[in-house]
Design a protein around this ligand. Structure first.
Ligand SMILES: Cc1ncc(COP(=O)(O)O)c(C=O)c1O
Length: 333
């Protein structure tokens, strides 16, 4: 990774050489653990890729590093460039963090429905935040970003929803890490989709190793768009943002698992209490879908899913303040 160059100290008097200096926080991105979770009384086992151990707390650190490294290596970022992206929060936080470490200005467009913790984290990293109102999910923010970039050439659009580097990153890194951690034995991979980058990229890596691997798309039951339903209100932040993303077009999906928002939150709470895993609702939803997948496969099948982000960015949401009935209910697998 070519990031910055600084001459090395030269105690011997020999000719100075330049070596890339990588900001230390960027070395903490990726190479995340894969943990095995045994669920009782269901008597089911799944494997979960712990993406919340990335330094800003979500899987999106990988994407931010890949996109900005590529942009720098290809001369796409000038000193006065402003990185611009529309995000439900996690990509915004990750771009703000990587941008800060690399010394770039970042501006994030975010729906005013995203959790307030995400807004604080983005500005804490020194990025600018522009909130917008929407009834059309991400589409409003994407259009706004394109309009701003058309009017001011200093904006550099990372275009997470359309950029093939998004899927490439998950193919080259997340997917290959999963293969190494399972010794190439994956029977099913289960993930929700926001941009579709994770599902697309990981499925390419896993299918290259095992053409029979099952790719399962988790989607909110209230907005099961792959199942032909209209996008509607759900509370699984980060996924199903109002349209089927272009990065999912042409991806072979073997099964769809709709998960209710209430079940996603209930499972996120259960993961905290029974496993000590402090994760957000989309991780809970992924685990519900992964357990259903494990239940229909042979007992020794390896089912892998993703724990996308940490719970502490949802303190102000229904995850921590559920209606009593939801809090007391058990997850409906
Ligand atoms: C919490 C959370 N879960 C899942 C995803 C989906 O990941 P992808 O955009 O790769 O489909 C995102 C994306 O922002 C997210 O923020």
């Amino acid at each position: 990774m070519q990031i910055l160059s600084r001459p090395l100290a030269n105690p011997t008097g020999r000719r100075r050489v330049s070596r890339p200096i990588v900001p230390p926080v960027l070395r903490l991105i990726g190479r995340t653990p894969l943990v095995t979770l045994h669920f009782q009384p269901e008597n089911l086992k799944i494997h979960a890729k712990v993406e919340f151990t990335n330094p800003s707390g979500s899987i999106k650190d990988r994407l931010a590093l890949h996109l900005l490294t590529h942009a720098r290596e290809n001369g796409l970022l000038q000193p006065d460039s402003v990185i611009l992206e529309c995000s439900s929060g996690n990509t915004g936080i990750s771009l703000a963090m990587v941008g800060a470490a690399l010394g770039h200005r970042v501006k994030i467009l975010m729906s005013d429905t995203a959790s307030v913790e995400r807004r604080h984290l983005i500005t804490h990293f020194g990025a600018e935040l522009h909130l917008f109102k929407t009834t059309r999910g991400y589409v409003t923010g994407i259009e706004l970003a394109e309009k701003m970039a058309a009017e001011d050439p200093r904006y550099f659009l990372t275009r997470q929803f359309a950029n093939p580097l998004n899927a490439e990153d998950h193919e080259l890194h997340t997917g290959r890490e999963i293969l190494a951690q399972t010794r190439g034995r994956v029977d099913a991979f289960v993930s929700g989709y926001g941009t579709g980058g994770t599902l697309h990229g990981v499925s390419l890596a896993l299918r290259a190793a095992n053409p029979d691997v099952q790719i399962v798309a988790m989607e909110p039951a209230e907005a099961a768009m792959l199942s032909g339903e209209m996008p509607c209100c759900h509370s699984i932040e980060g996924v199903a943002g109002g349209f089927v993303p272009p990065l999912l077009h042409g991806v072979k999906i073997d099964a769809r698992e709709p998960v209710r928002s209430a079940d996603a939150s209930a499972m996120a709470r259960r993961l905290a209490r029974e496993f000590g895993l402090c994760v957000g609702p989309s991780s809970g939803a992924n685990v519900v879908a992964a357990l259903r997948t494990a239940a229909r496969l042979p007992r020794n099948a390896n089912v892998v899913t993703i724990l996308c982000d940490r719970a502490d960015r949802y303190c102000s949401t229904r995850l921590f303040n559920p209606p009593t009935a939801e809090f007391e209910s058990r997850t409906d697998l």
